[in-house]
Design a protein around this ligand. Sequence first.
Ligand code: ADP
Ligand code: MG
Length: 485
Amino acid sequence: MSGMIIEGKTGRWEIVCGLEIHCQIISKSKMFSGASTHYGSDPNENVSFVDAGMPGMLPVLNEECVRQAVKTGLGLNAKINKYSEFARKNYFYADLPQGYQITQFKYPLVGEGKVKIELDDGSSKEIGIERIHIEQDAGKSIHDISPDKSFIDLNRAGVGLMEIVTKPDFRSPEEAGAFLRKLRSIVRYLGTCDGNMDEGSMRCDVNVSVRKVGEDGFRTRNEMKNVNSVKFVMQAIESEARRHVETYENGGTIEQETRQFDPNSCTTKVMRKKEFAHDYRYFPEPDLPPLVIDEAFIEQVRSEMVELPDVRQERFVRELGLTRYDASVLCENKETADWFEQAAQGHDAKKVANWMMGDFFALLNEKKLSLEESPISPANLGKLVDLIAEGVINGKTAKDVFALMAESGEAPDKIVEEKGLKQVTDTGAIEAIIDMVLTANPENVAAYKAGKTALMGWFVGQVMKESRGKANPGMVNKLLAQKLG
Ligand code: ADP
Ligand code: MG
């Protein structure tokens, strides 16, 4: 059980939470105009007459946005609706020049789906998807350039969004965090959204209520808008749930509100009373026909899908013998999984995984490098693992070789050859070093023979040192035992 229980004065409470996630669709042009979606252009550089809400301009649906949303729906095991409709959601805001947002309301493009999440205790849980509808993004108001003026940048106005709505299935902050990470991983695998919460291309509204353990039905929820990191979502859920419990236990009631989470104080404060659907005067969008897609379109999209993280993880466990944990870490993002598969190709996959998750990730972290910037190629990491397996170098030397690879980007076999790092497995050579060490330390030899057998480790260390780390440790142990025995 991964649910979180809040112990109150009057009893035990459970958390009920559902998420609405806005994901910016990856597409070259906007949802209803030909303007570019490029991020980081000069303000108002990418604005067509449609995006600016000029009178008489008509929207034209970008097929690529539909394709991307369908792909996302398939990735979330959801039902794709062959018939959907656009609707107008009317509200006034300075960064919304049309005075309405084109969205979907009664008939969304994607219906119910489900996503599996894994939790820290090793259990897993299925989270229901309610729907995904597609809509246009608004522009941005900029208040921090001038003390007495606000500016509007419409570059974002009209960029395609997918709003992914979950069922109220989360029972703890941990479950919501696991879901967001899973969702981000899936959309990144699919290439339908870049999933960057800090840049606002994935934005999360968090709905929270509580109820007594065992109680049927749900109580009134509050919604926190645009929480912009996984950590903040988790904190917002917990702090809001505790506020509800406290309110109820003090005899108060919760009213449906839209609130804002403040990460500094870890509390929420009210923004406005919750607006209801009827406040928006939704009606079918008269400028666009219903969106009708056929089986062939859906199958075409399905055929373009890559292997998703869950399936890939299963395969790594089944075919490559990785532990479930290792497989889940390596599969979280596609680039890492691709890199690993390349490195493991033809080598001991488990050992490659160990090196990757240990020294290799530590190196990237320390040098603040991305995978593409890694000085060590996948093929060279695979080779290093082989050199150890074949007994050419021992584990300790391998660490040194790895450090040299990180510096020069050279292949491990070349480094071993050039620096003369090959493991010494020649019995005669090792025996010579052992004899030298024993002769130089008669007191310790005597002590060992008198019963202080713990000195064995010390002798091994001396011999390894004299061999500059290159002696085969197994042989050193065996030969020493014979000589001292
Ligand atoms: P609306 O259309 O008013 O935004 P929805 O029914 O679409 O409402 O729900 C919005 C989100 O709120 C969904 O993610 C849903 O799971 C969640 N939700 C609905 N009821 C509750 C509740 N009582 N407690 C927590 N979350 C809820
Ligand atoms: Mg809503």
